[in-house]
Write a protein that binds this ligand. Structure first.
Ligand code: ADP
Ligand code: ZN
Length: 727
């Protein structure tokens, strides 16, 4: 018997399969989808078995050495799914599998055993024998202590007890060692009751339930706090009753803490979780639970869409508009596309939930490609918060550079009522620009085309693209004057200011800098829940989905930050970010209030946010997209051509553009090449080509051609992004 093995070698991963003989002792163990260890030239590497055949191979072939990570494999569905990802994102098959799998399964990883094993000590003699021993050996205090623990029925770990006493007891055959496999994550089954759905929830729920067993996509458009999560949990309960399973995706790790708590208390140990802050061992365990069908529910972030759930009855994507569902490096897949593929494969419904659906999703719902369902009321007595827009121009004249007078008053009132305040500032660090007031020198990254961000806590200026850091000096490096001024707001500066202004209150900052350690997210979230903090300052990380009943005031420190991003989606993204963060206020009985600070008080997007007018904003944005011919009125492909040499990047981009214009349909627009933003990252120059098309049968072939053409090109690299979320 022979196996075709897909391996990864070389920096650029083209697909290579090689044939190996399956040695006698591995027949039956080597299966399609297994990770195997094989000889490769003078090395030994890992690969996936993609097919097995009986046909004799003429050339001499080597033997497979062994099967690796014996408990996990790529099942038929995942093997197929990999092919879809390859086609959709133009990546290699091996790259697709590498992305889909947890570390323990990746071919590049050769650690064998991820199982957590614990050794226990158990009684190995009758109670009478043990009791006799105790009464006749009263001096052996440590031994007796162990035996008494065991008699009382306690679980005793080998590592917790005295080793010489244990040795003695083992020699006497009174105890034995037992090694057990254990999971690292073990939710307890203390389950709370289901809440009774209200009429709106019930109606949405019924419509979705009636589609069980068929492929269909629903948009659940429900305002913040309208009880979408509760609907999801009811749906999942129902799916479990039919013996099937569910995957639910959330956009951010910061959200998993609260959602997972809710899911654990509803479904207990029937839930596996999957997100990037789990350790490799934890992921291995959760993956194994899923693969073995030990759980019915998977909750996680983007990569959880690849978990090998066997019998899917429903897929739910919460906050479907979130850009986090798109992977920003190769393969550039979108979890929504994967979810659609799997919903098709399993004939099960896909539910997309959001308070601010993406324009693409809403447009499909309007065309009845998706079934539109809505929740328009908040739960119980709770109502949407009142939103106020503050013009910062007059505030600046009064020297209120960070918080307007109004917002300061609102904060004080909220704090005095013992409620909590959330402040959104969508930039981390202290300040975003440091400039010499005397000569105009600005700190820029020497390797990238951007300014450095000042981080006061570490007194460093840091490049958020390449990680370059330099210690801050009070004197200008060019003119040596002591005149360095800092501009642009980051979370650290707001934190410092707020701490000074409200010294008797507790302030916490939540951004990627304060949450990089494992478990940091959930620690902060639990502390906020316990009201250990009065003011929460954070980036968009705090905007989505969190449910803190005591947060009654939300302040958006600088709404322009998000509006000014040069991207055709900045209006849409600002609307959803601000609507989401507003939705954190007043989620229970206490009424909420939102203050948005801006230099553009008449801006359309901000006023749609203020009026909670999703449809107004939708129509406005759709109109703009129509006029400028942007998605959803067309499809986009972005091609980045990069090189250490400016000249090479430029001339190769031109060649590609010429080729595309010659090859593609005449109705297709090929724009560029233009310089990408930022133009230089890590000393690499970047050019961008945009393709806009509605229908073009030649596109995949053309892209495939240039992709292959440039794989081994030494001058430039090329990266194709199909359906980019930002350009
Ligand atoms: P969303 O996901 O739409 O933001 P949630 O599902 O988080 O809304 O619901 C908001 C709050 O209302 C939560 O605290 C939730 O427990 C509660 N809730 C939701 N549905 C009901 C219901 N039918 N009865 C009582 N409380 C509910
Ligand atoms: Zn840099």
């Amino acid at each position: 018997m022979y196996a075709n093995v897909l391996v990864q070698y070389g920096a650029k991963s083209l697909d290579h399969t090689f044939t190996y003989r399956i040695p006698e002792e591995l027949v039956g163990v080597v299966e399609v989808g297994r990770k195997v260890h094989v000889p490769f030239g003078s090395q030994k590497i890992n690969g996936f078995v993609v097919s097995i055949s009986n046909e004799k191979v003429d050339t001499e072939v080597k033997d497979i050495i062994d099967v690796v990570t014996k408990e996990l494999k790529l099942n038929d569905e995942l093997l197929e799914l990999g092919k879809y990802i390859k086609e959709k994102t133009l990546c290699s098959l091996i790259n697709a599998y590498q992305t889909m799998l947890p570390t323990s399964m990746k071919v590049s990883n050769s650690k064998e055993d991820y199982n957590l094993k614990k050794t226990y000590v158990e009684l190995n003699a009758s109670e009478t024998t043990v009791e006799n021993y105790i009464s006749t050996n009263t001096k052996a205090k440590k031994q007796i202590e162990i035996l008494e623990l065991l008699l009382s029925g306690e679980e005793v770990l080998k590592k917790d007890i005295n080793s010489s006493s244990l040795k003695k007891l083992l020699e006497l055959d009174l105890v034995k060692e037992v090694t057990k496999l254990e999971y690292r994550i073990n939710p307890v089954d203390i389950l709370s009751d289901e809440k009774k759905l209200n009429d709106e929830q019930e109606e949405a729920y019924n419509k979705i339930v009636s589609s069980f067993g068929s492929t269909s996509t629903f948009l659940l458009h429900g305002i913040t706090g309208s009880g979408k999560t509760e609907v999801y949990m009811h749906l999942i309960s129902e799916v479990i009753k039919t013996g099937k399973c569910a995957i639910m995706l959330v956009p951010e790790i910061s959200l998993t803490t609260q959602i997972v708590e809710r899911f654990y208390s509803r479904f207990g140990s029937d839930v596996a979780i999957f997100h990037s802050s789990l350790s490799d061992g934890e992921k291995y365990d959760e993956y194994k639970k899923i693969m073995n069908g030990e759980v019915h529910v998977v909750v996680g972030t983007r990569s959880a869409i690849f978990t090998p759930v066997k019998d899917l009855g429903i897929i739910i994507i919460d906050e479907e508009h979130s850009s986090n569902y798109k992977q920003e490096n190769n393969p550039r897949y979108h979890a929504l596309d994967i979810a659609k593929w799997r919903s098709n494969y399993h004939s099960c419904p896909l539910v997309l939930g959001s308070a601010t659906p993406s324009l693409e999703t809403m447009a499909r719902a309007k065309k009845n490609v998706y079934t539109y369902l809505s929740l328009n009321k908040r739960i119980g007595e709770s109502v949407l918060p009142e939103i106020k827009i503050i013009d910062m121009a007059p505030e600046f004249k009064k020297r209120n550079m960070i918080l307007s007078e109004d917002l300061q008053v609102d904060i004080m009132n909220t704090l005095e009522r013992h409620e909590q305040v959330m402040l959104l500032i969508n930039r981390r660090g202290y300040s975003t620009i440091m400039t010499c007031l005397s000569c105009g020198f600005t700190y820029k990254c020497p390797h990238c085309d951007i300014t450095l961000t000042y981080h006061k806590t570490s007194n460093h200026l840091r490049c958020h693209y390449c990680g370059y850091t330099v210690i801050k000096n009070d004197y200008c490096p060019t003119c040596h004057e002591r005149a360095i001024g800092d501009y642009g707001l980051g979370t650290e500066k707001v934190e410092e200011f707020v701490k000074n202004l409200y010294p008797s209150y507790n302030v916490i900052r939540m951004d990627t800098d304060t949450t990089s350690r494992k478990g940091a997210h959930s620690k902060i979230i639990k502390a906020i829940e316990k009201h250990e903090y009065d003011i929460i300052i954070g980036t968009q990380m705090i905007a989505k989905g969190l449910d803190f009943p005591k947060v009654t005031l939300v302040g958006v420190v600088n709404a322009d930050e998000s509006l000014n991003i040069p991207d055709f989606r900045s209006g849409e993204n600002t609307f959803s970010l601000l609507t989401q963060v507003s939705g954190r206020a007043g989620r229970s009985e206490l009424p909420g209030k939102v203050v948005i600070q801006t230099f553009n008080p008449d801006n359309k997007t901000l006023n749609y946010v203020k009026n909670n007018d999703y449809l107004g904003n939708y129509n406005y944005e759709m109109n703009v997209r129509h006029m400028l011919n942007y998605p959803p009125y067309c499809y986009l492909i972005s091609i980045k051509v990069t090189s250490k040499s400016y000249e090479d990047a430029r001339s190769e981009s031109n060649k590609i553009v010429t080729y595309l214009r010659r090859t593609l349909d005449e109705k297709t627009d090929v724009l560029g090449p233009t310089t990408a933003s930022p133009f230089k990252i890590n000393n690499v120059f970047r050019f961008q080509i945009i393709i806009k098309y509605k229908k073009d049968e030649r596109i995949s072939e053309a892209l495939d051609f240039i992709d292959k053409e440039y794989v081994y090109n030494k001058l430039v690299s090329m990266d194709i992004d199909v359906d980019p979320i930002r350009i």
